[in-house]
Design a protein around this ligand. Structure first.
Ligand SMILES: [Zn+2]
Length: 272
């Protein structure tokens, strides 16, 4: 998955740091990222190409990444679609792209205090924005969401969204305020397919910065009859597929892709 960058190590701890000429720059605008044009791999601009107006984001091993705080124009670079970078190398740069996107969204959404409208300031010790007028402290926003592998016997429920992404999907949705993760799983499966579920098994989680998510992968089993009643506003299709019918992926950076793969290979709910 996209966050599996071992042996490299991601360091998110914040400190006020001055950018150095060879540090990498993450520059976003309108959901796109600034990268070198016509390159097969991801090539970021460097601090020496940019100058000032940068905020420290994170490090991967000793490589430091800074966020641009204004729109940049650099010769030989162009703003590229974010999702198309997921399949490019090096893999830890793809992780840097979506993680930088998450941080950038948080910073740009909190330039002004939501309580009183005053311009916020960066705290010098931790990743926090502070309002100098009313004292409001704003910490990074992470939105939990579930990805649900609904199992019936030797079949897995595969969906296709009615809008947007058109590939194979699993039941998914954001946790609402006041819900446990289990509540969200039950509600989303019921809303999208009409099914009841039981026997929850936590699988893995995944930070997915494109929409500020933390995805929580859960497998569960159908409770009762597997009769699907589709929510056609959300889904175009929801079908139970056998292991043989499930798709294979050459490389899939998503938790959804890995959950489909481990079920297909019999590594969960399997006897193989
Ligand atoms: Zn304020």
């Amino acid at each position: 998955m996209i966050q599996d960058i071992s042996p490299k190590k991601y360091h998110v701890d914040y400190s006020k740091m001055d950018p150095q000429p060879a540090d990498k720059v993450l520059a976003f605008t309108d959901g796109k990222i600034l990268l070198k044009s016509d390159e097969k791999d991801i090539v970021f601009p460097e601090v020496k190409d940019v100058g000032s107006c940068l905020t420290y984001a994170f490090s991967i091993d000793d490589e430091k990444f800074f966020l641009a705080t204004q729109k940049l124009t650099i010769k030989g670079f162009e703003y590229c679609d974010l999702r198309s970078q997921m399949y490019k190398g090096p893999e830890y740069y793809a992780f840097a792209v979506i993680t930088g996107m998450h941080l950038n969204t948080w910073y740009t959404d909190n330039v002004y205090c939501g309580r009183c409208g005053t311009k916020t300031e960066h705290d010098s010790k931790e990743r926090m924005l502070r309002c100098p007028n009313c004292g409001n402290q704003i910490f990074p926003k992470i939105c939990p969401a579930v990805i649900v592998g609904v199992v019936h016997g030797d079949k897995l429920l595969v969906t296709r969204y009615a809008h947007g992404y058109n590939g194979n999907a699993l039941v998914a949705g954001f946790c609402e305020i006041g819900e446990t993760v289990e509540d969200t799983v039950r509600r989303e499966v019921k809303e999208e397919t009409g099914l009841n579920v039981k026997n929850f098994r936590y699988y893995k989680s995944q930070p997915w910065g494109i929409v500020s998510d933390l995805l929580i992968g859960v497998f569960c089993e159908v409770d009762g009859e597997p009769n699907i009643s589709l929510d056609d506003k959300e889904l175009a299709e929801a079908v139970f597929k056998t292991r043989e019918e499930l798709p294979t992926f050459d490389y899939n950076p998503s938790l959804t892709g890995e959950m489909i793969t481990v079920f297909k290979e019999g590594k969960v709910y399997g006897t193989r």
